[in-house]
Design a protein around this ligand. Structure first.
Ligand SMILES: NC(=O)c1ccc[n+]([C@@H]2O[C@H](COP(=O)([O-])OP(=O)(O)OC[C@H]3O[C@@H](n4cnc5c(N)ncnc54)[C@H](OP(=O)(O)O)[C@@H]3O)[C@@H](O)[C@H]2O)c1
Length: 305
């Protein structure tokens, strides 16, 4: 599951106690993969708010879960790329109350060549401080350059029924090279749940839905045929539209592990239960065909934040 919204990105943040309970409920429901980042803080105004919550929630079950976090690199201020990344990582380890991170991502490409980052990540694996590493919002050329230096564990890009750029080259490359592909915003920031209408007002403060391209008022209206198609599939499968959108990508690729985000305890469980929605080959083909026939309004792609 994605833990970002407990600290950033979707308006008002819940009480810490509620967020910790929500994470623990998810674990009790079978979730073992938790995604955070050093920058997830209200309005991106600080460092580590989200990691602290995730750390508190998972510290006594640490060995049973996989924790992924990310660093943002702005040049290298501590002498070498390795030392700079290690400094970021040590901060994350402290906040997460752990002595290793399972997947350590570079959150965005910076002016540091990816080969240098890959080399430093390889050393951190040798140090035993991270078990594997990943890249986020990258194209296949960057992935390939990195992979040649230190093989990647995961690539985390935007991917959903309405953001499919990674299908052309990136997911196949990851599949061929045994790299996990981790879709972020897999429910298109809520659009594919069917709960958002052109009348929905997003929050004024720290709410990414104010700029997610598919969620402008006119694009929400334009995307309604996709939502309606999902609703009709969901009804037939006794599932929800969000679950169908996740079941679709779980069926489509063996190496895809989506990280839906929610700050609502019930929806977190609903999203986890998408793994129980089994599509038949026929249903998948019908879904894919319907989707391919519908125009998507709004595109974020790999270039934007
Ligand atoms: N690598 C990156 O650059 C990057 C960027 C963005 C996000 N991420 C990661 O990816 C995770 C997921 O992405 P995301 O949160 O942006 O997008 P998302 O999972 O596509 O959607 C989150 C939004 O959808 C709503 N929602 C979720 N499940 C729902 C359901 N079953 N029914 C109705 N509404 C539902 C949530 O509202 P409620 O909270 O009200 O349920 C929230 O507004 C984040 O938590 C974060 O860990 C990574």
């Amino acid at each position: 599951m994605g833990c970002m919204a407990f600290s950033h990105g979707y308006g008002k943040i819940p009480e810490e106690k509620y967020s910790i309970e929500a994470i623990r409920n998810a674990y009790d429901h079978g979730c073992t993969f938790f995604d955070t980042a050093e920058v997830y803080s209200p309005n991106l105004s600080g460092i580590g708010y989200n990691e602290r919550i995730v750390g508190k929630a998972l510290k006594d079950i640490r060995s049973h879960v996989v924790i992924a976090t990310k660093l943002m690199l702005h040049g290298f201020s501590f002498g070498t790329v390795y030392q700079t990344i290690r400094n970021h990582l040590e901060g994350s380890l402290d906040r997460l109350q752990t002595d290793y991170v399972d997947v350590y991502y570079l959150h965005r490409m910076s002016n540091v060549p990816v080969e240098k980052v890959a080399e430093a990540m390889g050393r951190l694996i040798d140090d035993g401080l991270i078990r594997g590493w990943g890249l986020s919002q990258v194209d296949v050329d960057v992935i390939d350059r990195a992979q040649k230096v230190t093989p990647l564990s995961a690539v985390q890009n935007i991917y959903s029924m309405v953001e499919r750029d990674s299908e052309a080259e990136i997911i196949p490359y990851c599949m061929d090279n045994h790299i996990g592909f981790v879709p972020f915003s897999p429910i298109a920031s809520g659009l594919l749940s069917g709960k958002i209408t052109p009348q929905t007002r997003f929050e004024k403060n720290d709410d990414v839905r104010n700029w997610v391209p598919q969620l402008s008022r006119s694009n929400i209206a334009g995307n309604q045929p996709i939502v309606e198609m999902l609703k009709s599939f969901a009804e037939k499968k006794d599932a929800t539209p969000a679950q169908i959108s996740l079941a679709w990508m779980l069926y489509k690729y063996p190496n895809v592990v989506p990280i839906p985000g929610s700050k609502n305890k019930e929806r977190i469980i609903e999203n986890l239960d998408a793994s129980k929605v089994e599509l038949t080959e026929e249903e998948f083909i019908a879904l894919e065909k319907s989707l391919n026939g519908l125009k998507v309004y709004g595109h974020r792609g790999l270039g934007g934040f």
